[in-house]
Design a protein around this ligand. Structure first.
Ligand code: AHR
Length: 677
């Protein structure tokens, strides 16, 4: 787990702020300076940069139950019994009204022609009408029950020859007292067969996840089960698809790309644990799953094709990260012949994504049900390879780069290491910036102002202000928004940016990384204040960055935290307090429509009136639109129980013209849409 910002934070002296903004430094007891009215001078005739059309995207990996127990629709946990070799985790035996039975894992009944070697055995010892025996799965913190909902069930089963059946499948309360949906599967043969059915809830059920899924029999005998799968309705009705509510939250952000499949999840803890893309394609029966790297295994139902279809559903491009021979615990593969199989594997992967039916791996994709190749512009070589203490990345990167460019000259290669000078061949450099305090993100928001315009482009492939748990709070949204003003202002250099991590299952044990963008449980999902700040930025974005100069930008005092000490060490002396601006801003213009989007972030706890001077336009409509995200307390947040406590509010802005005053609320992120000609 890396926090590269810790290194980067020290590189940019605070003094740089003085170069880009006029700062009043007189400090009040409350921290906020008492200066003249802040002024923003927008010159629409001066375009300082063109906005990258791919600026705001998404980043994903299997962390915090992002897919399993998250976006991926599957409701059965441990469906192929790979979690543990001895215990059937998440499964239990059902013995009703005197029925008796037992469950166990069984490796003596593999399903031929598949990777499904370990299955669940049910010995129904005493079972009869009204005395059922069965297997129950507790899902991912419950099976979501909603009214009028149809669930698609499939499973493999065989019986011991006594012709066991019919079986009953049901979604029911945890004590079995209440059945929400049920169906029957007629006869189970003595050879492995796949059975399918649907279960539908009634109109009047109250949504709940205090539930389990059960398959039961009322006859004695032995039954074996494998690949037990239950899907709710999915986005675009994909058979192996994604949860609708979470996809909708993503679609609403209007992202332009998806970086996948990691992050650390790409690398794995060891080379053997890396993302095994070839094992994640084809029928689910051929996917053995792998260990993942965030404390739980991956069944890989969300495989390479599903990642691509996820992009397709959002009408965006993948940014495909390929494993580059370095894993988290420090194992690496030396450049040269030993690395070549990994390079070849990456070329195969690119071919699977982009090749037509005449290519080996393109044909595989066609066989997997997707005839059309996917668009692909960017391939990322590895993840956070600055952590490789063997310093082999330069050689590894070059070997991948040369091979990719030789076969796919149009692809752009992303380097994960930098510094820029060491990698003259890098088309794009991926930088990761995590800030533990909003003020750090605010201070760093001018990072790109001085970047060399002739150097490689920057992809901020992971970034976040890490305040709030398990999803971020309003203060994080303020830090994020300030940071985004800097990326947006410099989006001739910063061509892409994706926040991380994207998702968290908020149930106990669901989270591995404390601050995340979107939270959910089995039933519902919500966006954090950071989510809404991003959505506001992305859905109000012109194509040209306009010159904005400022006067009288107030500052406030920030006390940076003391360095953390080891147990037994005396507490460290905190660094001296800093004066930091309390207003951050950027303006872009839609050159076709004329709309100017002025984003102003007020990090102070008091409203601020800002004078806006606008020149370089022939007319300004007196009315515009103001979208504001704010909260009285920067620690406030959204949650499962209060999912929309902090959301953007749209109001009419009046009195606009070439000079006007706009008041921004305390602790607020604002987009002022000004209509101009
Ligand atoms: O976003 C969480 C982790 O942070 C990513 O997996 C890794 O790339 C970074 O260190």
């Amino acid at each position: 787990m890396w926090f590269p910002n810790k290194i980067l934070m020290t590189k940019i002296p605070f003094a740089l702020f003085a170069a880009t903004a006029a700062i009043a430094v007189e400090s009040l007891a409350c921290g906020q300076t008492n200066s003249a009215t802040p002024i923003l001078n927008i010159d629409a005739s001066k375009v300082t940069a063109h906005v990258s059309p791919t600026l705001y995207g998404l980043m994903t990996e299997e962390i915090n139950h992002s897919y399993e127990g998250g976006l991926y629709g599957e409701l059965i946990q441990n469906r192929i019994f790979r979690d543990d070799a001895t215990e059937a985790n998440h499964w239990s035996v059902v013995q009703d009204s005197g029925g008796t039975g037992a469950i166990s894992l069984d490796e003596s009944q593999p399903i031929e022609g598949t990777v499904l070697a370990r299955c669940l055995k049910l010995d129904a010892i005493q079972a009869s009408t009204g005395h059922r025996v069965g297997i129950a799965n507790d899902g991912y913190w419950g099976i979501p029950v909603k009214p009028k909902t149809t669930y698609r069930l499939s499973f493999y089963a065989k019986s011991d020859g006594s012709g066991n059946g019919p079986l009953t499948a049901s979604i029911e309360s945890n004590d079995g007292a209440k059945v929400f949906a049920t169906t029957q599967v007629p006869a189970i043969t003595s050879t492995w067969q796949k059975y399918t059915a649907t279960l539908t809830t009634g109109d009047d059920v109250t949504p709940t996840a205090a539930t389990r899924f059960v398959i039961s029999t009322e006859k004695p005998g032995t039954l074996w089960f494998n690949l037990v799968s239950l899907f709710p309705p999915t986005y675009n009705d994909r058979p192996n698809g994604n949860r609708i509510d979470i996809m909708q939250l993503l679609a609403d952000m209007k992202p332009t790309f998806l970086r996948l499949p990691g992050g650390n999840f790409l690398e794995g803890r060891t080379i053997a644990d890396r993302f095994p893309w070839k094992q994640t394609i084809g029928p689910l029966e051929q996917r053995p799953g792998h260990s993942g790297c965030w404390g739980y295994g991956a069944n890989d139902g969300m495989g390479l094709l599903e990642f691509m279809e996820w992009c397709e559903d959002l009408h965006i491009q993948p940014v495909l990260a390929v494993y580059a021979g370095y894993s988290l615990k420090g194992e690496h593969v030396d450049p040269g012949p030993a690395l070549q199989p990994f390079v070849d594997d990456a070329l195969d992967e690119i071919e699977y994504v982009t090749g037509d039916a005449s290519t080996k791996w393109g044909a595989e994709r066609v066989k997997d049900g997707h005839p059309a190749p996917f668009p692909l512009t960017y391939v990322e070589i590895g993840n956070e390879d600055f952590a490789d203490k063997s310093h082999s990345y330069q050689g590894r990167y070059t070997q991948f780069y040369d091979a990719i460019k030789a076969k796919y000259p149009n692809l752009q290669c992303i380097n994960t290491c930098g510094p820029v000078a060491a990698y003259p061949t890098a088309d794009v450099i991926d930088e990761h910036h995590y800030y533990n305090a909003a003020e750090q993100a605010e201070i760093e928001s001018n990072r790109f102002d001085t970047f060399d315009r002739k150097g490689p482009k920057i992809f901020v492939g992971e970034w976040a202000t890490r305040e709030g748990r398990m999803t971020t709070n309003m203060n994080a949204a303020l830090g994020d928004a300030a940071w985004m003003t800097g990326m947006e202002r410099n989006s001739d250099v910063v061509i892409m940016a994706s926040y991380a991590p994207l998702f968290v299952n908020v149930n106990p044990g669901g989270m591995q990384w404390a601050s995340n963008l979107i939270g959910y449980n089995a039933l519902t999902s919500y966006g954090s204040p950071s989510y809404y700040a991003q959505k506001m930025f992305n859905t109000h974005l012109g194509d040209s960055v306009l010159s904005v100069t400022s006067e009288n930008i107030p500052t406030q005092t920030w006390q940076p935290p003391a360095r953390r000490t080891k147990p037994g060490e005396p507490p460290a002396t905190p660094p001296p307090p800093k004066q930091i601006p309390s207003l951050y801003y950027v303006a872009t213009r839609d050159s076709k429509q004329g709309a100017i989007y002025l984003k102003v972030v007020n990090t102070a706890g008091a409203a601020q009136s800002v004078q806006i001077n606008l020149k370089g336009v022939s007319s300004v409509a007196p009315e515009g639109t103001l979208v504001t995200l704010s909260s009285a307390n920067p620690g406030d947040t959204n949650s499962i129980t209060e999912p929309t406590k902090i959301v953007p509010v749209t109001s009419k802005a009046t009195g606009l013209g070439n000079t006007f005053t706009q008041t921004v609320a305390p602790y607020s992120v604002n987009v002022l849409q000004i209509e101009t000609k």
